[in-house]
Ligand binder design. Structure first.
Ligand SMILES: [Zn+2]
Length: 315
């Protein structure tokens, strides 16, 4: 299996009513953890890279890391640019081995968003790369929502057909209540997603893959581990896993997770540093961290996204 686009992955996910996990990785250890989880559960997987991670790793290392994963494990993997804020960075990634890019022009008005997205789509499609774009404000906080508008800052279903048709995108990221970072819902607030909006969108775009950003569940025991070993993380409420499974049964084909990996990795490293203050062998503290991320990702693939067993594997 070579590096693939998300086209076939999403087609199967849509029909099979599951979703593919898109995991943000930062370094070799988190990358290996996600790839190994995909291999062990026979899951298709999307490796998500932000512009900052490209700067951190270097494009050459990144490309060879992904090639090594394909060669070593035979996993079905797509390499995706997460939140490309400019047309230029998207084009750069299309030219440098990515099989999927996200243009995030959601901060601009509707027409400008269409214009920038369309430019990326034309460039990417000519080169066999697929494109994700975003409508609505995913960071949406409760107090910012205009309650006189049924949809508030969420994606307005009446806009999606025009957006998808005029841009030619391959998948659409929507805002229905998920949020980036560790602090998604306020303490005391019951986390919920706007399934009414999702259903309206899927009725308007039958068969079209939908993407959810900011979908970490921020497990309490993971935050507790960080705090137990000298960390200082405030209480956090993530997106409940059962809501993500429900979304997967709808048109959601890609679910983005970043925070959960960081929280798992950090907690395990803190534990080693705290319990064994004389330890300085790097492998001694990165190994349990990598293992924890792998187990967490496997659990999501099997029990939350339900994509386990659905990969086209070489080995
Ligand atoms: Zn995002």
């Amino acid at each position: 299996m070579a590096l693939v686009t998300t086209k076939e992955m999403f087609k199967r996910a849509y029909e099979g009513k599951y979703s593919v996990g898109a995991f943000n990785v930062d370094n070799l250890e988190t990358f290996q953890a996600v790839i190994q989880a995909a291999k062990e559960t026979k899951s298709p997987v999307i490796i998500q890279i932000t512009e900052n991670v490209i700067k951190y790793l270097g494009i050459t290392y990144l490309n060879h890391m992904v090639q090594a994963a394909v060669e070593d494990t035979g996993v079905e993997v797509a390499l995706h640019l997460d939140h490309g804020r400019s047309v230029e960075i998207c084009k750069y990634c299309v030219d440098h081995g990515f099989t999927s890019v996200m243009i995030d022009a959601s901060a601009y008005d509707f027409e400008k968003n269409i214009e920038m997205t369309k430019e990326v789509v034309e460039y990417a499609h000519e080169r066999g790369v697929v494109v994700e774009s975003e409508l609505g404000a995913i960071d949406g906080k409760e107090e910012d929502i205009d309650v006189s508008d049924k949809y508030g800052r969420f994606t307005h279903p009446q806009d999606v057909v025009e957006f998808v048709t005029r841009t030619g995108i391959d998948s659409l990221a929507i805002a229905i209540g998920t949020a980036h970072g560790a602090y998604k819902f306020k303490p005391g607030q019951i986390p919920s997603l706007r399934f009414d909006i999702l259903e309206e969108i899927e009725e308007k775009l039958p068969g079209f893959p939908i993407v959810l950003h900011g979908s970490s569940s921020v497990p309490k025991e993971r935050l507790a581990l960080i705090n137990k070993y000298g960390g200082d993380m405030a209480e956090s409420i993530g997106v409940p896993e059962k809501l993500l499974t429900e979304a997967s049964h709808h048109a959601v084909c890609k679910i983005n997770v970043g925070t959960d990996l960081r929280v798992a990795f950090t907690g395990e490293i803190r534990k080693v540093f705290f319990e064994q203050p004389k330890e300085y062998e790097i492998r001694k503290y990165t190994t349990p961290a990598r293992e924890a991320v792998k187990e967490m990702v496997k659990d999501k693939m099997i029990n939350v996204f339900e994509c386990a067993g659905h990969a086209v594997m070489d080995k």
